[in-house]
Design a protein around this ligand. Sequence first.
Ligand code: HEC
Ligand code: HEC
Length: 396
Amino acid sequence: LAGATLAGAALAGAAGLLVTAQAGASSGLDVAIGRALFKRAWVPAPSSTLANDGLGPLYNARACISCHQGLDRAPLRVSKDGAVESETLVLRFSDRHGRPDAVYGAQLQTSSVVGVRPEGALRLDGDRRPKPAGLAYGEPAAGTRWGGRVAPALHGLGALADIPDAAILARADPDDRDGDGVRGRANLDASGRPGRFGWKAQSVTIAEQTMLAFSSDLGLSTPRFPSPWGDCSPAQAQCRAAFQGGTLAAPEIGPEIVARTVAYLAAAPAPAAARADPAGAALFGSTGCAACHAPSMPSPSGPVPAFSDLLLHDLGPALDGGATEPGVAPTEWRTAPLWGLSRALADGAGLLHDGRARDVAEAIRQHGGEAASARHRFDQLTQADRDRLLAYVGAL
Ligand code: HEC
Ligand code: HEC
């Protein structure tokens, strides 16, 4: 085996795949390994398979696929008395500036390795807003807020990654110079690049978001988030003392695993285009939806019909998400891409960042702030036009 293939074969083994590779690993092989890694159920350290363990000590799920059913948005399973049974909805903690809670960190981990207590569970209140239940480490710090986030569908991420930074920045209008009430600003990282992944556009690249997932959802360290204890806070001594599969210098998940996982996600095709409905599209524009849900963004490989400008917009108090990210107001969200929405609706997955809306009309009703005038225009439409617009959006 040639050097490159050796690494590929080792990874394939780790992913539980039997692959006979030719010298010079192909990107097809990377995608296949990435798919297996995405489905892989990780195990705690130490285990009999020395490679790639280190799940936890605190975690939400054992596999990426547990929350991202296929690559689709999963329906939310809730018991009769409101206990959340799916892993796909997570609860985030922060103060109003996006600083994690001193006790629970940035996310409520509902599972743990033997010898460490899970942090608690999630319940939905009457308005379908998640809240923590049975907190095992006492009350969160004063000033800590919380809110839910559902796992979005992951189709077409490669196309979103291809949109040039300049095209995103060109649509930003933070001071509302054109006076239309819609601002939009990029969530810039330290190097000035616009974020584009996550409900708050908190990750610039698929790799960043993947490393964040390994760390906060699975408790596996990566080059970007090297602490092997993941989201365990210093206040959680048991968890910090638990056996870890990696060290700060050698994370549990190395760059090759991140790269293969990203190769798989980047190769996943965009959702199929909806049947053209020019009248619906015209209403989408005249009602003001397209001011944020840009029907098309440019990219070197062709137009990207994601129905998002990938910018942050303040949607007002009804969409205060409780927890937030540093530098992003609790009411600010990335314009949710609407492509593939018909699939989410068919699967019975909730809409909006915490899945609270059951259909498109409910989602629009929550739009305020910069979207208040679009919602107002929607309310003023004739019944026939409103139905036409809802059908158009629901078919995307
Ligand atoms: C416990 C559930 C859970 C697990 C496990 C999980 N995710 Fe996610 N994923 C989420 C949630 C929730 C979000 C939205 C996060 C946010 O915006 O705060 C998300 C967002 C993402 C996004 C951003 C998508 C977009 O459109 O912006 C990517 C990419 C992603 N996850 C990849 C992964 C990968 C790769 C893994 C496995 C290493 C993984 N996820 C494991 C719940 C999960
Ligand atoms: C000012 C910008 C803006 C305008 C105008 C706007 N939206 Fe949104 N839209 C957003 C943002 C931001 C989100 C994500 C909010 C959240 O998840 O809390 C969103 C979410 C949605 C969702 C939920 C998508 C999902 O994946 O769950 C739907 C559906 C939607 N918008 C439809 C519309 C329609 C239809 C219109 C026009 C009547 C409209 N929006 C106008 C910014 C806007």
